[in-house]
Design a protein around this ligand. Structure first.
Ligand SMILES: NC(=O)c1ccc[n+]([C@@H]2O[C@H](COP(=O)([O-])OP(=O)(O)OC[C@H]3O[C@@H](n4cnc5c(N)ncnc54)[C@H](O)[C@@H]3O)[C@@H](O)[C@H]2O)c1
Length: 280
């Protein structure tokens, strides 16, 4: 039996990467899925893959920065499948790169329009329909870049931090309606979002792998698995959280195993007492 049997989901950014893998996963678990994206070719391919995986899916061309567009996306789910249970706000892009001094207001605003306004609109227009369905699960893709510095460009990091706290804020408002609001903070996932560095997935995998403690790049399916859990009834007591899925990256940096500390804390099995007893 599918973990999402009878549920209806909308997924933005579902023509590629994380969103597409999640759409296929959801479809395979019994959900009917609206694939929402700007990319029509990728959207059509995602619909095909969902159907091949035994599910129902339709494509809705959507720009998540547009309020009428997002409203139409939610309406499509209801018109096509009768209700809305799950919204996954996942559309994204790198946005403004470069130093803080070089970042233009225009590029800053464009980045926020997709990453933060897009999530706001997705939440806003889903809540009404989910109330009618007696509850629901809203998920958004934030990032570890929204939790700490150094994991993404400035505007991207600030926008993703906004997603993390919007998640918490709205979760409190709508909990009484049995609507859960959570986000996922991925580490480096090997998807076309890195096409600005290289479009070769194998090369990108080799770049991303070593920086993660679990020694491989993240795969879209790693995030799809977390989204599936948050979407399902298994997560019915979970709301307002930012789930980190990052191969251990946010656990910290293992500084004491650096050679400058002589192999440090893992080099010998000894007990070290109070510092005043030790001289080296
Ligand atoms: N890949 C990573 O390492 C990583 C890490 C952390 C967070 N994320 C986030 O994961 C999400 C998915 O990214 P991905 O890695 O799968 O990248 P991707 O480029 O493969 O997919 C992103 C999708 O979003 C769509 N999109 C962009 N702007 C849109 C708009 N205005 N309206 C509708 N659709 C739009 C694109 O067409 C694309 O299909 C993004 O929010 C991204 O910021 C990715």
């Amino acid at each position: 039996m599918g973990r999402l049997n009878g549920k209806v989901a909308v997924i933005t950014g579902a023509a590629s990467g994380v969103g597409r893998a999640t759409a296929v996963r959801f479809a395979g678990e019994g959900a009917a899925v609206v694939i929402a994206d700007l990319n029509e070719d990728g959207g059509a391919a995602a619909v095909r893959e969902c159907k091949e995986n035994g599910g129902r899916a339709v494509f809705q061309k959507t720009d998540v920065t547009s309020e009428p567009g997002v409203k139409a996306m939610v309406e499509r789910a209801v018109k096509e499948f009768g209700r809305l249970d799950i919204t996954y706000n996942n559309a994204g892009l790198p946005g403004a790169l470069g130093s803080i001094e070089q970042t233009s207001i225009e590029d800053w605003d464009r980045t926020f329009a997709v990453l933060t306004r897009g999530v706001f609109l997705g939440i806003k227009h889903s809540v009404t329909e989910m109330r009618k369905a007696g509850g629901g699960s809203i998920i958004s893709t934030a990032s570890i870049a929204g939790l700490a510095g150094g994991y993404g460009p400035h505007a991207y990091s600030a926008a993703k931090a906004g997603v993390v706290n919007l998640t918490r804020s709205v979760a409190l408002e709508v909990a009484k309606d049995k609507i859960r609001v959570n986000c996922i903070c991925p580490g480096g996932i090997n998807t076309p979002i890195f096409n600005f560095l290289t479009s070769d997935r194998e090369t990108m995998g080799k770049l991303l792998g070593p920086v993660h403690p679990l020694r491989r790049a993240g795969l879209p399916e790693d995030i799809a698995n977390m989204a599936l859990f948050l979407a399902s009834d298994e997560a019915e007591w979970i709301t307002g959280v930012a789930m980190v899925v990052d191969g251990g990256l946010m656990a910290g940096r293992d500084i004491f195993s650096d050679p400058q500390f002589g192999g440090g804390m893992y080099s010998a099995n000894v007990y070290v007492g109070p510092s005043f007893e030790i001289k080296r």
